[in-house]
Design a binder for this molecule. Structure first.
Ligand code: AMP
Length: 281
């Protein structure tokens, strides 16, 4: 089923919740790939029905050309989802349907988790994400919602969001789905040719280097090495390569015993911005 309005979606969901069905939500911006489908599959392990929203959210783009060039493929997306599972409710609202009172983002205080890395390089992005997800939780009122670890800062902020808003939804993280080359699947990969896709594997190779050497080298030694690799690859522009503990997501050069760390990377190739991260201990 494809539903375009909030009212029709609420009607459909009311019928299901009256029958005690467990509802899962997977928010997406479309141009779906196997990473999105893996999230939906994860959701069907715990839920009777899954709502997949497809909405390119204007308030989370800090760069209008990125918004304009964002790949859109609605018909193919809907049919892909229904091939995967005919029960999936695909919610495809218009901008007016979501932003009834104007296309503006609410301002949130998520603390340190959104201050650095993506928060630094994409001003306003996380307020836009918080705004759309809060709206979607209010509309769908899912029991559980699924987000990819690929966007790790986003996953952390959604957990924080439901603490702040007290929306009764369980947030579930799902592992990053990769190409066989190691490159994280992303809608933006569609804008790269074969050669650029090969060059882009340096992001994941750098993260693997970080993971394999985390206990052997200092963080600054690992960062130095990875920066050197990017200096040699002129087609890729490194934006950041950082290590942070998962509880605060503040970039650090220190390792504190018993803390869990991840390495985070962002780079631009051919005007396409790619991000990735990995657990290192
Ligand atoms: P997007 O359409 O890019 O906004 O992504 C929608 C959801 O899919 C987000 O929760 C992403 O973190 C997740 N996602 C995107 N790419 C991947 C991937 N390669 N593996 C796992 N989850 C992903």
């Amino acid at each position: 089923m494809q539903i375009k309005t909030v009212e029709a979606l609420k009607d459909a969901l009311n019928l299901l919740t009256q029958k005690n069905q467990i509802i899962g939500l997977v928010p997406t911006m479309g141009a779906l790939h196997d990473g999105h489908l893996a999230l939906v599959e994860h959701a069907y392990k715990d839920c009777d029905y899954v709502v997949v929203s497809i909405f390119v959210n204007p308030t989370q783009f800090n760069n209008s050309s990125d918004l304009q060039k964002y790949p859109r493929n609605l018909e193919a997306d809907v049919s892909l989802l229904h091939q995967q599972n005919s029960k999936t409710i695909v919610f495809t609202p218009s901008i007016e349907e979501i932003y009834k009172e104007g296309v503006v983002a609410e301002t949130f205080d998520f603390g340190s988790i959104t201050k650095f890395m993506e928060g630094e390089f994409r001003q306003g992005h996380f307020d836009g994400v918080g705004t759309i997800i809060k709206h979607l939780f209010n509309i769908v009122q899912p029991h559980k919602a699924y987000f990819g670890e690929k966007d790790y800062q986003q996953l952390s902020l959604i957990k924080k969001l439901v603490e702040i808003t007290k929306q009764p939804v369980e947030i579930i993280g799902s592992p990053t789905y990769r190409e066989t080359s190691g490159l994280a699947k992303s809608s933006r990969n569609k804008r790269l040719d074969e050669q650029q896709l090969e060059v882009a594997t340096l992001l994941h190779r750098s993260l693997l280097y970080a993971k394999n050497n985390f206990n052997k080298l200092s963080i600054s030694e690992i960062k130095e090495k990875v920066k050197g690799l990017f200096d040699q690859e002129k087609r890729l522009d490194l934006e950041y390569f950082e290590f942070a503990a998962v509880d605060d997501l503040i970039p650090t050069e220190d390792k504190v015993e018993n803390k869990k760390y991840r390495a985070f990377i962002a780079a631009v190739i051919n005007d396409v911005r790619l991000i990735d991260n990995i657990s290192v201990n």
